[in-house]
Ligand binder design. Structure first.
Ligand SMILES: NC(=O)c1ccc[n+]([C@@H]2O[C@H](COP(=O)([O-])OP(=O)(O)OC[C@H]3O[C@@H](n4cnc5c(N)ncnc54)[C@H](O)[C@@H]3O)[C@@H](O)[C@H]2O)c1
Length: 273
């Protein structure tokens, strides 16, 4: 029997890549997004290759009622085995200009909606003795502030903690909750436009090559599936290594400090380690 996943924010970018990957893996997928036209187009494109296994639900996840009810609507199509909370907004606003409305909307979409959706999924799973799993799409911004993202970074930090807190409470029911934290991915977003200059600056990673949204989808696929049966409450960076440290500093060694015969030798101190 095929598995059923629900992916929010699936009309474009990372959510769309995740939906495509899961379909390729044989999951039935319900796409959720606020943008009617873009969602219909995504469902059409994915459905072209995967016929009847794609469904779509339109709605605004900033609306708490919808953020709870869409899970039930998806469950009516088929019991849900996987939920991916990928919808997110990241409007750039200088710290001094962030007002309560902007703050609350970002928290509503990025954190409150995943909370409500996960609760509803868990209620249904517990009632039917099933064990779905959840993946939240957080961000490297959860742990690294940058200008214009106080509201966004805070929402993603909260989402990482929500992942851990829900994993702790739902784990005893066999329901796993994990997160991925993407680095920067150029997605040509309509709702989250990023300037070319900003994209260029952020796109430097430790690994060579362009970051592709499929790489996030691969990690999500792993976390949702059986191979991750013992992984719970994790936050997996998918960023080419950029969160491991920084490369944007000059080298601070010179030829007085070097590797020799497998030993690290510092001529300054004369101590061989
Ligand atoms: N692109 C990146 O570099 C990057 C990095 C780290 C994290 N992320 C996260 O990845 C996720 C996907 O972002 P993306 O970069 O693919 O952007 P995107 O704009 O292409 O995708 C976001 C999708 O979410 C949908 N959405 C927005 N608000 C919604 C709402 N209220 N209700 C329902 N759907 C809504 C949008 O319509 C859109 O289709 C987000 O959670 C984002 O924070 C992205």
């Amino acid at each position: 029997m095929s598995r059923h996943a629900v992916v929010t924010g699936a009309a474009s970018g990372i959510g769309l890549a995740i939906a495509r990957r899961l379909l390729t893996d044989g999951w039935d997928v319900t796409l959720v997004d606020v943008r009617d036209g873009a969602l219909a187009k995504a469902a059409d494109i994915l459905g072209h290759d995967h016929s009847t296994r794609v469904s779509a639900i339109v709605g605004d996840l900033a609306d708490a009622t919808f953020a709870t009810e869409f899970v039930g609507n998806a469950w009516d199509i088929a019991p849900v085995d996987g939920l991916v909370n990928a919808a997110g907004i990241y409007p750039a606003i200088p710290f001094l200009d962030v007002d309560a409305d902007a703050w609350n909307r970002v928290q509503a979409v990025n954190v409150v909606a995943p909370l409500l959706a996960t609760q509803e999924l868990a209620r249904r799973a517990i009632a039917t003795s099933t064990t779905p799993s959840v993946v939240n799409v957080a961000s490297g911004a959860a742990t690294r502030a940058r200008p214009g993202t106080a509201h966004y970074s805070t929402s993603k930090a909260a989402l990482v903690m929500l992942t851990k807190a829900s994993a702790i409470e739902l784990g005893p029911y066999g329901i796993r909750v994990n997160a991925v934290s993407p680095g920067f991915f150029a997605v040509d977003s309509e709702v989250n436009p990023v300037t070319a200059e900003y994209a260029e600056l952020l796109s430097t990673t430790v690994l060579p090559g362009p970051a592709k949204t499929e790489y996030v989808a691969d990690a999500v696929r792993f976390l949702l599936g059986e191979d991750a049966r013992w992984v719970n409450g994790a936050n997996v960076p998918v960023d080419g290594g950029s969160s491991a440290g920084t490369r944007s500093l000059p080298q601070h060694w010179d030829d007085r400090t070097h590797w020799q015969s497998g030993h690290f030798t510092t001529e300054l101190s004369g101590i061989e380690q």
